[in-house]
Design a protein around this ligand. Structure first.
Ligand code: ZN
Length: 201
């Protein structure tokens, strides 16, 4: 059966999303085809606004509402600017915030080093992080990249880049699932890993 072009187009678009196979893509597409105008309309508006109404915080590179000059955390006087938690993705910030155990600020790398995928230091916000630390005022960097090969390599690279700078660098304690993602860790495990963070040797 050859599907009408608009249907095939949406199936293809869904299929490109992480974690969505062709079957789920077809199911979502036909669900929307049969759903009310309102459901489909809300989805298309949300998609349009997703890019248009968000910007990267120029300090920590977390995503924030368009029109802001800095994100809520960077702009908050309640958050300790001397402790910066370095994570791979904006969702990791959310995971750390859910623990309720971190009162410092963040730096979002926007990925991890991966020679296999061709992701080098310039594809991440490492240079910006180094600049931020060199500007002074940061006492501790918690290198909370994922406990994976890429995450470990990224933490080590950052440590090398800052070896001449007087800043304490810690890594989250183990107990996090190896090869796992921070965003999927449960709150208790992540909080324990944060509390048990160790200085990098
Ligand atoms: Zn920020």
């Amino acid at each position: 059966m050859i599907l009408p072009t608009p249907i095939q187009k949406l199936i293809d678009a869904f299929s490109r999303l992480p974690g969505i196979g062709p079957k789920t893509a077809s199911r979502l597409t036909f669900y929307l085809l049969n759903a009310s105008e309102e459901v489909a309309g809300e989805l298309s508006e949300a998609l349009r606004e997703l890019k248009a109404n968000t910007v990267d915080c120029p300090i920590c590179y977390n995503v924030t509402n368009a029109g802001r000059t800095e994100c809520e955390i960077c702009g908050s006087s309640e958050r300790d600017p001397a402790i910066v938690c370095v994570v791979e993705e904006p969702l990791d910030v959310l995971a750390m915030e859910r623990t309720g155990g971190f009162q410092g600020r963040y730096h979002v790398l926007r990925g991890a080093l991966s020679p296999i995928e061709g992701i080098g230091p310039d594809d991440l916000t490492i240079r910006q992080l180094v600049g931020r630390v060199k500007a002074g005022g940061i006492r501790e960097l918690i290198l909370a990249t994922n406990p994976s090969m890429e995450g470990d390599a990224t933490a080590m690279y950052i440590q090398q880049q800052l070896s001449a700078v007087d800043v304490k660098m810690t890594r989250l304690a183990r107990g996090l699932p190896i090869g796992g993602d921070l965003e999927y860790a449960d709150q208790t495990t992540l909080l324990r890993a944060l509390m048990g963070r160790q200085e990098m040797g």
